[in-house]
Ligand binder design. Sequence first.
Ligand SMILES: [Zn+2]
Length: 403
Amino acid sequence: MKACRACGSAQVNSFFSLGNMPLANALLAHPQLDMEEPRYPLDLSFCQECYLIQLDQIVAPEKLFSEYLYFSSFSTDMVHHACAIANRLVIERNLTSDSLIVEIASNDGYLLQWYQKSDIPVLGIEPAQNIAKVAQDEKNIPTRVEFFGVDLAQKLNREGKQADIIHANNVMAHVPDINGFVQGIRLILKPEGMAVIEVPYAVDMIERGEFDTIYHEHVYYFSVTALDKLFKKHDLIIKQVERISIHGGSLRLFVTPITSAAQQEDSVLNLLDSEKQMRQQWQLDLKVKQLQVELVSKLRDLKKAGKTIAAYGASAKGSTLLNYFGIGREIIEYVVDRSIYKQGKYMPGVLIPILPPSALSERQPDYVLLLTWNFAAEILAQQSEYRTRGGRFIVPLPQLYEV
Ligand SMILES: [Zn+2]
């Protein structure tokens, strides 16, 4: 890697390496099983200048399957989370039928629908056509099927579209041209507007060893320090920040144009300060090694004792965990997933078949490894029948436990 993608500094050091890995969302159909899967290096670097953690090499976007199989509304937790922030902002920001809410990566309309219910105009931006179609056809949400960046922002400006609120949830980490993305936000934000941005928090990932958030689609792993520098470069300021539990620990940033009145609140200053204290100890290797030893020996012992083991969640996270730890079909017989798009396919690399969740009640495996542990509460509740009959879940992260 030559230079930092955010600040251009050449002072970039290697941070953590997963080696060559298959693409985490490239689920295999049966006929592809004999073909050699492409693998790409998955190495992270750390910029000494702006502190941004980033992938060394980017896989071309057309090779990435992106999240075109990921519908936010499949998770009731996500929909509740969206409803809560929308209702809160309507009151806090005095939003009316004259306001405009823009969401970048608006998915199936899981968030904008709540503004629309309050008669506040919305505009979704979603590059995945099949997902945008659901927002348009089923929820009647105006959606631009495009990638967001400076070009689209200028186009929207020419159409007179300026936003009171811009939402961008779990999208910033995916965008290689991060400067263009932030510049685009600045361009379409009203002077008194606010961008509300959620990103997984790198410090949570590091402290809890949540390495399974690392896959080729995630180019960036953000700290407040790195984001603070990035936004300031584009005349934006993080006014306030909240730590939220979603996706294993995330930041919710409240970002406004820089004006003389725009002060950073204590929530921001405190995190900047704590990151400064901790930064020397940022390393992931030890935690990950420890989890690997504990989890793999636990699963092998169960297998030796004649237990049957399945897994839940054919997610990108799951693909990273299984592939990096080398947990294959000899341990996990099958993975179940609610998405009908994933059922009948195979996990990348480890080639474990994906079945519908009903397989758990039909086959009643002794143990289920929960790969989508970031939705643990929701999934454990859904699987109460399997658990009542004696089935056990193994939750690998944020710390290994059995339930
Ligand atoms: Zn940098």
